[in-house]
Write a protein that binds this ligand. Structure first.
Ligand code: RUB
Length: 323
């Protein structure tokens, strides 16, 4: 984890993708909230809660397509409100201590979920499977490394994941774990798919219809998998469910800076030179895309293998009852 010591630094690191991936983002955001709790100079609980609220809003604004972060922050804010009502005689220090305990609980819940997903997912991988993955998902990394440690022989192809090459993080991690790993450019997916037994991806958000929002390029893989009758699984904890989509809200797709795509002219004929983007040229850089539920064979969750249509029901009850 980055050496950050204030909520502002954590927010800046999340925005700049120094901290990436839904799980890491959610965990770091919780850390940021706790740093804000520590730093608050508020003399009373209402003032303290306002400081927490401001910190949560700052963190949430860093990446709009991250319900796991929003759910974790909202849960903590709700806990703070409920605690204030239930403990009128107790002071800010007691609330701060209660929040620290709550954070530890949330983090251990996330940790347990990731472990359970790895266990359930590893069992779904056939021996000698050829697997195609996209981007860098900590959930997927655990699952694949677990299957490998169980003695399954895997061949994993990682797509590079333009523009920021998170696929290389996956390739490095899997190959260091001793898994037979290959790296390929994103646009090779069509020519690779007929050698693939299983497509595996992570998730940033899951909607009430069971649609998946994940790194841009995921929906192309799902369509290819469907066309070639290849199983398409997504490993995601129920924390990724966005409860606001039940109210008709469309999951926002983060648009990132054009510089990430155009870069400094390091590619193609202009190799090594800084080339200015033509003033009238528009560059599109959506960070994520939406994969319809009908293209997803199943979600691998901490509650088991879940069909897309059921995900919202299970996630909603977990989010409102047990946390
Ligand atoms: C990362 C990404 C990952 C999910 C899941 O995108 O799309 O697949 O976040 O990750 P970015 P995890 O690099 O833009 O954050 O399983 O670790 O939650």
């Amino acid at each position: 984890m980055a050496k950050t010591r204030s909520v502002q630094q954590i927010a800046a690191d999340i925005k700049a993708l120094k901290i990436q991936g839904a799980r890491r983002i959610a965990k770091s955001a919780l850390e940021g909230l706790m740093l804000a709790a520590k730093a608050s100079r508020a003399k009373n609980k209402a003032g303290f809660h306002s400081d927490l609220l401001a910190a949560a809003r700052l963190l949430e604004a860093t990446r709009p397509t991250e319900p796991m972060m929003r759910n974790a922050l909202e849960q903590t804010l709700r806990f703070s409100m409920a605690w204030i009502h239930a403990n009128p005689a107790r002071d800010v220090a007691a609330l701060r201590a209660a929040l620290a305990k709550r954070e530890a609980l949330l983090l251990s819940d996330m940790e347990k979920s990731a472990d359970t997903i790895a266990k359930i997912g590893a069992a779904e991988i056939p021996d000698n499977a050829s697997i195609l993955i996209h981007c860098h998902s900590t959930t997927l990394m655990r699952l694949l490394i677990r299957a490998h440690k169980m003695g399954k022989h895997l061949r994993v192809t990682c797509l590079e994941t333009r523009p920021l090459y998170q696929g290389r993080l996956s390739a490095r991690e899997l190959s260091a774990a001793g898994i037979k790993t290959t790296l390929a450019v994103d646009s090779a997916c069509g020519s690779l798919i007929n050698q693939i037994d299983l497509v595996l991806v992570g998730a940033d958000a899951i909607t009430s219809e069971g649609d998946l929002i994940n790194k841009v390029g995921t929906s192309t893989l799902a369509q290819l998998a469907h066309l070639h009758s290849v199983r398409f699984l997504c490993a995601a904890e129920t924390w990724k469910f966005d409860p606001l989509t039940r109210l008709g809200r469309a999951e926002p797709i983060e648009q990132r800076a054009w510089e990430e795509v155009w870069g400094s002219g390091l590619y193609g004929q202009e190799k090594g030179k800084k080339v200015k983007k033509p003033a009238k040229l528009s560059v599109l850089n959506p960070a994520f895309d939406r994969t319809p539920a009908r293209l997803i064979s199943a979600y691998i969750t901490e509650e088991g293998l879940v069909p897309p249509a059921q995900l919202g029901i299970i996630a909603q009850s977990k989010l409102s009852l047990s946390r």
